[in-house]
Design a protein around this ligand. Structure first.
Ligand SMILES: NC(=O)c1ccc[n+]([C@@H]2O[C@H](COP(=O)([O-])OP(=O)(O)OC[C@H]3O[C@@H](n4cnc5c(N)ncnc54)[C@H](OP(=O)(O)O)[C@@H]3O)[C@@H](O)[C@H]2O)c1
Length: 284
């Protein structure tokens, strides 16, 4: 049973995830996660850069029966991450779950990049953003014996020409948070890594190109029926978070995710060929 909310009004969040801080909650999967939690009595702190969109999401969460706090936060900035955690705890009195979801992606060949700026930006958002939020949240999560969930990608389990920086950022997330899970073994804090396949959020048509513009797209290459909805993804992610699952690999185009991960080790040439074909069909 969760302790009483120390800010008054209702006693405590009814959802087993309790008070949840979600990064990247202004659209897509993060937005769907907020509604999934709020509809079942969860209290959510919503972090992203676009405050107006967060305010709209927060209003819908409250209409669904949850409580919501919109927080302007660029996860690439350490101070913003620290402030987001501090404001969550100040407002709700506690923090039970952190979902590291904010992410950006790319569609560009490495030899088309003038320098490493795009890769640095992706690492700052996808990997270091999760590192910073987690560092700030950890003392509170230890107190609540809470949960950390990281939204990773099956891109880290394949060979991903054209999407190198994104795949690298998710591989970094996978390794870092697996190590953290082991370090936290006696703390009561769980770490769930969720390696997602394709989700219908539009991110596939807003990928950063070599000039850093969000004009890259692989949307036309995703097989019909291979995408799940953000709502379905959110339900699966929350189920895994509540159950404190270690790791979930999504299937991609009907192929089980665990099989893809094993094939990369056993038959790297086959996985590489598939990646090269995908990149060429995507015009790179
Ligand atoms: N959709 C898929 O097929 C798929 C597959 C595997 C994994 N994923 C992962 O799922 C997560 C969510 O993606 P999505 O598909 O829902 O994409 P999305 O609709 O583009 O949402 C991305 C979210 O990240 C936020 N964000 C981006 N940069 C940020 C920054 N610097 N600081 C704070 N927030 C930032 C965006 O909000 P603002 O712009 O308001 O900051 C937005 O809320 C990502 O980590 C992505 O890698 C997605």
């Amino acid at each position: 049973m969760l302790p009483r909310y120390n800010g008054g009004m209702t006693t405590h969040p009814e959802h087993p995830c309790g008070v949840t801080l979600i990064s990247g909650a202004s659209s897509g999967i993060g937005e769907a996660l907020a509604y999934e939690l709020a509809a079942k009595g969860g209290w959510v702190a919503l972090a992203a850069r676009r405050l107006e969109s967060l305010q709209t999401v927060a209003a819908k969460c409250e209409a669904l029966g949850g409580r919501a706090l919109p927080l302007a936060c660029d996860v690439a900035a350490r101070a913003d991450c620290q402030a987001a955690v501090a404001q969550t705890v100040a407002h709700f009195g506690r923090l039970d779950t952190l979902i590291n979801n904010a992410g950006i992606t790319m569609w560009a060949r490495v030899d088309s990049l003038a320098d490493g700026a795009l890769i640095e930006q992706i690492m700052r958002v996808n990997f270091l953003g999760a590192v910073e939020l987690t560092a700030a949240a950890l003392p509170h999560l230890k107190t609540s014996q809470g949960r950390i969930t990281c939204i990773s990608s099956m891109a880290s389990q394949i060979i991903a020409p054209g999407n190198s920086g994104y795949a690298a950022s998710k591989a970094a997330m996978d390794s870092y948070f697996e190590a953290l899970r082991a370090e936290l073994i006696d703390s009561g804090v769980s770490v769930t890594l969720y390696n997602l396949g394709f989700v219908e959020t539009g991110i596939a048509s807003r990928m950063h190109d070599a000039q850093g513009q969000q004009s890259g797209s692989i949307a036309g290459l995703i097989p019909r029926g291979a995408q799940i909805t953000p709502d379905a993804a959110a339900r699966q992610i929350i189920t895994a978070t509540v159950a404190r699952r270690r790791r979930v690999f999504s299937s991609v185009g009907g192929v089980p995710g665990r099989l893809i991960a094993v094939l990369r080790l056993l038959l790297p040439g086959v996985i590489e060929r598939a990646g090269i074909d995908f990149m060429k069909r995507g015009g790179l």
